[in-house]
Write a protein that binds this ligand. Structure first.
Ligand SMILES: [Zn+2]
Length: 432
């Protein structure tokens, strides 16, 4: 419903990521059902966000804004010079703040623990704020996002940092991030990581505890399935029409990703000589240019052959996958591979277009759908494997795939090899 009041995507993002962010969608829906028109609703949303930012900068989380905090906010408006995007002195800010608190009460937020405006921030957080400003040059508005979250952290784990451990830190983040939007989850992870580093510098907690904080990228995928099951893969592949050049190529590309765990760059760099049709194997120069032979499953081999025979332009370049449109030739980078996988993925699962980073992560998840499914399901933070681990999984995966319906010396193989070279009119080595 926020879309009704705020048309700018950027502005909606700002609203959702401000300290009151997790409540703005609910607030917008509540105003809509109460009959607020677009402009009045917009102004009240701004006032609500202003209140949330202002309170957060004083260590009061949105769900603990009391009548007293609201009163202090109204007094603040006369001389507001807040550093954030929602600052302002108009009457609409007051109305927005008041209506927002009314809404919060209506949905049962903040009733249990009314907090006086004077409630003090724990001393350790005050010291953290000072440290962040002096040693890290962090802006007050950023601290305004961090402090309420860290306040909750200190309440949940206690103020004796000596007792903190990795399990406790992770449990807090998992629980807290599950009820926050993407932007807030990012703030949460950053805040906790910085806070633990600060504590480590002071010698209050183990130096490696900050490493226990999960990486933020995993939260970006929480709205999506965490790995692709067989049905998902079938659904994805079904988005390619094998009777067109692009469809035939894309299907082969996606099969290489999903069945063999190839990364976009591996697929882009694949040469005709890298396919050994007689052995049913595929040569990949992975990271570090180390040569690996992977078994080529029947389904994947068939898809590549279908593209090579019927659609690949017969030009002198020896890359397996070429551009669909002029100028014909190899793909300029791995980008188009990533993009095509992303586009099919979004289409198959009826998702809105996403930004580049999500696109990269989708391809990674796609790659690991065969090999890492169990691990990813069990450990959410394992979704984003670091490169070393990814390479390991890739090599491991090649052992797991197996070669269904393909054996050395099998007639099908030599036929395939023959047809491949014949269909292309290009000679390339077929090992005997
Ligand atoms: Zn202000």
């Amino acid at each position: 419903m926020l879309e009704f009041y705020v048309r700018s995507k950027l502005r909606r993002g700002q609203l959702r990521e401000c300290p009151a962010g997790e409540y703005v969608d609910g607030f917008a829906g509540w105003m809509r059902s109460a009959g607020y028109k677009r402009r009045p609703g917009q102004l009240r949303l701004r006032g609500a966000a202003h209140l949330g930012c202002w309170a957060a900068a004083r260590g009061v989380p949105t769900d603990r804004i009391s009548e007293a905090v609201l009163g202090a906010f109204v007094r603040h408006l006369a001389s507001c010079s807040c550093p954030h995007a929602f600052q302002g002195r108009g009457r609409s800010h007051q109305e927005g703040g008041q209506l927002f608190v009314t809404h919060l009460r209506a949905v049962g937020v903040g009733l249990s623990s009314p907090t006086p405006a004077t409630e003090s921030v724990p001393p350790v957080l005050e010291q953290f704020s000072a440290w962040m400003r002096h040693h890290r040059g962090v802006r007050v508005s950023t601290l305004g996002n961090y402090l309420p979250l860290l306040h909750e952290f200190v309440v949940a784990l206690g103020d004796d940092a000596v007792t903190y451990d990795a399990a406790g830190v992770r449990a807090f983040i998992l629980a807290r991030a599950s009820r926050a939007g993407r932007g807030r989850a990012k703030s949460l992870v950053n805040a906790v990581r910085m806070f633990l580093r600060f504590l480590a510098v002071r010698g209050s907690c183990p130096a490696d505890l900050a490493a226990a904080v999960p990486r933020i990228a995993s939260w970006r995928l929480t709205a999506l399935p965490r790995y692709l099951v067989a049905d998902d893969i079938a659904r994805l592949l079904a988005t390619c029409n094998p009777d067109t050049t692009a469809g035939a190529r894309d299907r082969a590309v996606m099969l290489l990703c999903v069945r063999l765990g190839l990364r976009a760059g591996d697929v882009r760099d694949l040469r005709l000589a890298d396919v050994d049709w007689s052995r049913g194997a595929l040569r990949v120069l992975g990271k570090g240019r180390c040569e690996t032979w992977l078994p080529l499953p029947q389904e994947v081999g068939d898809a590549i052959l279908h593209y090579l025979e019927r659609f690949r332009p017969a030009i002198s370049d020896d890359h397996v996958f070429l551009r669909v449109h002029a100028p014909l030739g190899p793909l300029p980078s791995s980008g188009p591979i990533t993009k095509l996988v992303r586009d099919h993925f979004l289409y198959a699962f009826d998702l809105p277009p996403q930004d580049g980073e999500v696109c990269r992560l989708e391809l990674r998840r796609f790659r690991h759908s065969n090999h890492d499914a169990v691990r990813i399901e069990d450990e959410r933070e394992a979704i984003v494997l670091d490169e070393a681990k990814a390479q390991h999984a890739f090599v491991e995966g090649s052992c797991l795939v197996g070669v269904p319906g393909r054996h050395e010396g099998d007639d099908v193989d030599s036929t395939l090899a023959f047809r491949a070279s014949f269909g292309l009119g290009v000679h390339y080595p077929v090992s005997s």
